[in-house]
Design a protein around this ligand. Structure first.
Ligand code: TRP
Length: 334
């Protein structure tokens, strides 16, 4: 490829509010990249959300606004990042149809992320075709603008891998149209849930949300899994698997103080309540400005929809340019 410039594309499914796992997994990278690159796109994947919520369109509709608010409040800047809604770009659907020829059913069924989700939802053999092929439409989400740098959570890596197989196949068959895609995973790959589960997730009910109130943060931190054998303050405590320490490591800017607390906790004499209170303050410092900005923005939902409309107009132009190339290369430019 001649053009070595990076084009950033990232997105969220509008199925619920975003949480700290999203923040460290991908939002932080989005914020950094919009300062670095001219071409940044953020897509609200409503079409993808419908693949497993098609009976519940109202839920997807309301959450379009919620995830837009979460991102704007976190610092995504619509002047720097083109924000738009997936369903409003029909070229993405068109591209999906062409990409589907390049993927086998067997390969779709082998995608580990899709497999996990299918198990979680209990689909079995009766999986809706639309759901099974969402990685193909996600490839189109990224490639309609020739995106080649994609901030995502670790769970999305198999989806990007599959997108790259599509790129490879398309370019081989029809000519070099699409770039290879580099995923970018956050420094903290997987934030545990408050109960100590491997992953913070909306569906597992173990998340701290970017819009949580101070009281909610406090309630959740007080419930957090620590060391079940650390019964008396004087007892030595374990820091491995201790969620409070994982979070302090991730979010507390004062690393040496955390180091000291860790040593004290392991030695014995440091109680859970002390470290939990510290974590409440650390999280409140991060979330309070987001929550306040969110409340302000939420007063003007019309303004948010305007931002998304402006973004859609820009994204459509880019999409049409790419589609002209795609149609020419596929000999369907009648
Ligand atoms: N599947 C992603 C998720 O669940 C959301 C998404 C849709 C996305 N299209 C995308 C992410 C394109 C990055 C690029 O988080």
């Amino acid at each position: 490829m001649k053009n070595t410039e990076k084009i950033v594309l990232t997105g969220d499914r509008p199925t619920g509010r975003l949480h700290l796992g999203h923040y460290v997994g991908s939002i932080q990278n989005r914020l950094a990249l919009q300062e670095k690159y001219d071409k940044c796109f953020y897509l609200i994947a409503d079409v993808q959300a419908l693949t497993d919520n098609f009976e519940n369109p109202e839920k997807v509709r309301t959450n379009v606004l919620e995830v837009a608010l979460d991102n704007l409040a976190s610092g995504l800047n619509p002047k720097k990042t083109t924000m738009f809604i997936q369903s409003q770009i029909p070229q993405i659907a068109e591209l999906t149809i062409f990409f589907l020829n390049l993927v086998t059913l067997a390969r779709l069924k082998r995608n580990p992320t899709v497999k996990d989700e299918m198990k979680q939802k209990g689909f079995g053999e009766d999986v809706p075709a639309g759901f099974l092929m969402y990685p193909v439409s996600q490839a189109a989400d990224i490639l309609f603008c020739k995106g080649n740098l994609v901030p995502v959570g670790e769970d999305q890596l198999p989806v990007i891998e599959q997108a790259n197989e599509i790129v490879y196949k398309f370019n081989n068959l029809y000519g070099e149209v699409f770039p290879k895609i580099d995923p970018l995973v956050g420094e903290v790959k997987r934030l545990p849930g408050i109960e100590g589960g491997a992953k913070m997730s909306k569906s597992l009910g173990n998340a701290i949300y970017l819009a949580d109130s101070r009281d909610e943060i406090e309630r959740k931190v007080m419930m957090m899994y620590t060391d079940p054998d650390h019964i008396h303050v004087a007892d030595p405590g374990k820091v491995e698997g201790n969620v409070v320490f994982s979070y302090l490591d991730t979010f507390d800017p004062k690393k040496d103080e955390v180091q000291k607390l860790r040593a004290d906790y392991q030695k014995g004499g440091l109680g859970d309540v002390v470290i939990k209170k510290r974590l409440v303050e650390v999280l409140e410092n991060l979330i309070a400005p987001i929550r306040e900005k969110r409340e302000m923005l939420a007063k003007e939902p019309k303004r948010i929809m305007e931002i998304l409309e402006e973004g859609t107009t820009k994204a459509k132009k880019v999409a049409e340019e790419t589609m002209r190339e795609v149609r020419a290369s596929m000999k369907i430019d009648y």
